[in-house]
Design a protein around this ligand. Structure first.
Ligand SMILES: [Zn+2]
Length: 233
């Protein structure tokens, strides 16, 4: 299939498979395309033409079918990842598979120590990565266009996302699960409360509790640990 479809024809298939392109939008695009019957094979082409894209199980079946067809010799994970996605650390090896081809090429530096730019050597895709290893143990990744990546590399102009740690944790809250801590005053918790308060002194304990997946009373104890600990450089 890859040999007979152009890269721009393949991209909507990938976007549909990973869920970035809504089923009905994919259907509209697909029905408007000409000359793909030979590349897809008669059966698959017919399936994609006649399918009910409002039927969730039908859409799952088509996604799997297409994935098997287009992922046969992929050299990296990029195409399967959504434009905004989460990769857990050390869970079923997905992070190892992703970083096997993806290199860190520029650190944001400064206050945003969690943020960097990466590039895949196999497909040249650039990713913005927020590495959250305190509360959620995840990599939050954003697919960047070549222009967005170039702005970082040549002008140090970074996208506006993930500029605060609160935003990084809010992404975790929306897309992942916080870790459970055996030590209620674990450094990861104390430092995070400290950073959130530094960033935004007006943040409420309820909001901190929500972001860290703990009880509000626990935040009060962590704040005490923060103010009693010696100031960090
Ligand atoms: Zn790649």
């Amino acid at each position: 299939m890859k040999r007979t479809l152009t890269a721009s024809q393949l991209e909507p298939f990938w976007a549909f498979v990973r869920g970035d392109l809504e089923p009905l939008a994919f259907e509209r695009w697909f029905l408007g395309e000409q000359g793909m019957e030979q590349a897809l094979g008669e059966n698959l082409h017919w399936d994609l033409t006649c399918a009910d894209y409002r039927d969730g199980s039908e859409v799952r079946r088509l996604r799997q079918l297409l994935k098997d067809v287009i992922h046969d010799d992929a050299r990296c994970e990029c195409k399967l990842l959504r434009d905004r996605d989460v990769i857990p650390m050390g869970c079923d090896g997905q992070d190892e598979r992703f970083f096997a081809t993806v290199d860190r090429i520029a650190d944001h530096g400064g206050r945003q120590w969690w943020l960097y730019l990466s590039r895949c050597q196999a497909c040249e895709q650039h990713w913005l990565v927020a590495q959250e290893e305190r509360i959620y143990d995840d990599f939050f990744i954003i697919r960047l266009s070549p222009g967005e990546a170039q702005a970082i590399i040549t002008d140090s102009r970074w996208p506006s996302i993930f500029q605060t740690y609160e935003e990084v944790l809010a992404t975790g809250l929306a897309m992942s699960q916080p870790c459970r801590f055996f030590d209620p005053l674990a450094g990861s918790l104390v430092w995070t409360v400290e950073d959130l308060l530094d960033e935004n002194p007006g943040i409420t304990e309820a909001r901190i509790a929500e972001l860290l997946g703990i009880e509000p009373g626990h935040v009060t104890a962590l704040r005490k640990a923060t103010s009693s600990s010696s100031p960090r450089a």
